[in-house]
Design a protein around this ligand. Structure first.
Ligand SMILES: C[S@@+](CC[C@H](N)C(=O)[O-])C[C@H]1O[C@@H](n2cnc3c(N)ncnc32)[C@H](O)[C@@H]1O
Length: 288
């Protein structure tokens, strides 16, 4: 299941996690989860940040009234958008699901949800949330001072509708079947081969099924070689990300049609006075 096409091996990424656990008060290798390359998603720092981002109380995530309140509850808002634009509520795929927050939110609307992510440690955390309905994690306060917290999933969510698997969005398994919704939130610009993913999606959608792409188009060479960026490359003409994405998706499959577009803000807390605030471009593509 694990692809060695990445520049790090499973052992290296496990070591990164182990060493970051040992160094839990001083995780030197991960200064920020913004621009560190994909191996960052195996670190304890990233697991903790994403547990807070996906499951934390809004007041823990953002304790400033002056902050961007509309950026809270990102997983819930992504799942609601999927529910609003689907015509069928049987199967959903959450690609690049991280620790699974949107997958559980999708389970409020869909009979079966598959969450998939490249990071073993994110999938382990999602599976712990599925099994126990809760998990403890650390919130960075300042410097190397952490506060231990616990997150608890609402008992209104039917956790058994969700399953989580490690996998590669650029090389999705052949036996996944077809989906009414494929959600890829903040994933595209973290893939080494975004085209590989976009080319595969139409065959995974049932007729009338939708692809919900949510992306800040934060292209960085740590994640994606520049010649594989979907727009945003000044070496190319017509390089607007949305327009390049539109040309790409409709040329991959004539059956794909843009049916909706909106801005989706999000907020990831790094420590009590530092955040990653982004506004992703949400585009919804229906397979006709
Ligand atoms: C910026 S995070 C977004 C996570 C989540 N979808 C969200 O919106 O909060 C990018 C995610 O993509 C995952 N990822 C990166 N490369 C991947 C790949 N090739 N296949 C599947 N997931 C991948 C990372 O492990 C990480 O969980």
């Amino acid at each position: 299941m694990f692809s060695l096409r990445r520049s790090f091996t499973l052992n290296q990424s496990r070591n990164l996690f182990k060493s970051s656990v040992k160094m839990s008060t001083n995780e030197m290798k991960v200064r920020s989860t913004t621009a560190s390359g994909s191996q960052v998603y195996e670190s304890k720092r990233a697991v903790d940040e994403y547990l807070l981002f996906h499951y934390g109380n809004p007041s823990d995530l953002l304790s400033y009234k002056s902050g961007p309140q509309s950026a809270l509850k990102f997983p819930e808002r992504c799942a609601q958008i999927c529910a609003d634009y689907t015509t069928n509520n049987k199967r959903a795929l959450d690609v690049g699901c991280a620790v699974g927050g949107s997958s559980f939110e999708l389970a409020a609307h869909f009979d079966e949800v598959i969450g998939m992510d490249f990071s073993n440690h994110f999938i382990d955390a999602a599976n712990t949330m599925k099994k126990d309905g809760k998990m403890s994690f650390e919130m960075l306060k300042q410097g190397n001072v952490f506060k231990t917290c616990e997150t608890v999933l609402s008992d209104k969510i039917d956790r058994h509708r969700c399953s989580f698997h490690q996998g590669d969005a650029c090389d999705l398994r052949a036996d996944l079947g077809q989906f009414d919704v494929i959600l890829a939130s903040n994933l595209l610009c973290r893939l080494p081969q975004p085209m590989g993913f976009l080319e595969r999606v139409p065959s995974l959608l049932s007729n009338g099924g939708i692809l919900v792409l949510v992306s800040p188009y934060s292209w960085l060479e740590e994640y994606t070689p520049m010649d594989k960026w979907i727009g945003g490359n000044s070496n190319q003409d017509n390089n607007d990300c949305f327009e390049t994405l539109s040309r790409t998706i409709t040329s991959v499959s004539k059956q794909m049609e843009l049916i909706h577009r909106e801005d989706v803000p999000f907020l990831i807390r790094e420590h009590e006075r530092k955040y990653q605030f982004g506004v992703s471009d949400c585009t919804i593509w229906r397979k006709n």
